[in-house]
Design a binder for this molecule. Structure first.
Ligand code: AMP
Length: 300
């Protein structure tokens, strides 16, 4: 089963306590698409500028990613600069240049409109809703992400969107901001009341909590000695998660739990190097090996 993703493809400049990486491939849709492509075919919708190098396009194309919906617009590609603190759960955005992303109005190619799995990465909630309007078949699963910028700036649109999605993926600070609840369990309950059938709360190095009306499931992050660059961990988690569900085409509680572990495994590889570098050499066998380690880590 294929997965449609709509979001950003960017050049990131990243500083972490381990070093820095200027102008490297990033963007929520890029991380998601490459992560998901280990499991299922991906259809990407994003915009890039005329400065986007052919070799990065070739890299995305070398994965099972359909680039029909990757538009080249006149101007420069979106750029984001972030600096991580010693505690890498905390980061500051130092610079954001929207460039061609400022006029991003996603139009789905005809061949994308019946995608059974849909991921609305972090963009304006109005645009996320517009993507759903273009689908011709009801998808099996729609998931969405957001950031604090939209929680404070487009709250009503975001809450309207949440009524139309099955799964809301959000980090703990954003969950608190949107719900007004300090406690993460109460925050998740309040987000469920806004409409999604389940809520996945990303907690950085503390892992993921999944909430549905009848179940809570907790998974730790894979314990790594060194985290190099947490950028894109959330989007790669979502890619591994939805990728696995699209591969097995089964939304049972057992498959959703496995998908959470696959998402956590892919994210654990991504943070081992800057940008998407680790995904350039990662194989499905590597993922399976760490999946088994993850299972024995949490078995008792
Ligand atoms: P994450 O670490 O999962 O939050 O994702 C980081 C990625 O999101 C980076 O590669 C950025 O290029 C991208 N990004 C940062 N800010 C924005 C924004 N306002 N809109 C879309 N993408 C963004």
């Amino acid at each position: 089963m294929s997965i449609l993703v709509v979001g950003s493809v960017a050049f990131d400049t990243i500083e972490t306590p381990h070093g820095s990486a200027p102008e490297v491939l990033g963007g929520s849709a890029a991380y998601f698409a490459v992560a998901a492509s280990y499991f299922a075919p991906v259809k990407l919708v994003a915009v890039i500028g005329e400065d986007f190098p052919q070799e990065e396009r070739d890299f995305l194309g070398s994965r099972d990613i359909d680039l029909t919906g990757l538009t080249v617009a006149k101007g420069k590609t979106f750029r984001w600069t972030g600096r991580y603190h010693e505690d890498m759960n905390i980061r500051d955005t130092l610079d954001l240049q929207l460039n061609v992303f400022a006029d991003f109005a996603p139009v789905l190619p005809e061949s994308y409109r019946d995608a059974p799995f849909v991921f609305l990465a972090n963009v304006d909630p109005g645009l996320q809703g517009g993507v759903l309007d273009q689908l011709t078949c009801p998808p099996r699963m729609v998931a969405c992400d957001t950031i604090s910028h939209w929680i404070t700036g487009a709250r009503a649109e975001l809450i309207a969107l949440l009524k139309r999605v099955d799964l809301f993926v959000i980090n703990d600070e954003e969950a608190r901001l949107l719900s007004g609840e300090r406690n993460v369990v109460r925050a998740a309950r309040s987000l469920l009341d806004m409409g999604p059938r389940s809520v996945l709360i990303k907690r950085g190095e503390y892992g993921v909590l999944s909430f549905s009306p009848n179940a809570i499931f907790a998974v730790p992050a894979y314990p790594l000695e060194e985290v190099f660059d947490p950028t894109g961990a959330g989007d790669s988690f979502a890619g591994g998660f939805l990728g696995y569900l699209a591969q097995v085409n089964d939304l049972s509680e057992a498959s959703v739990r496995k998908a959470i572990v696959y998402g956590s495994v892919v994210a654990s590889f991504v943070v081992e190097d800057f940008s998407l570098r680790r995904l350039r050499s990662l194989t499905r066998d590597d993922i399976e090996r760490r999946y088994r380690q993850f299972v024995s880590l949490t078995e008792f």
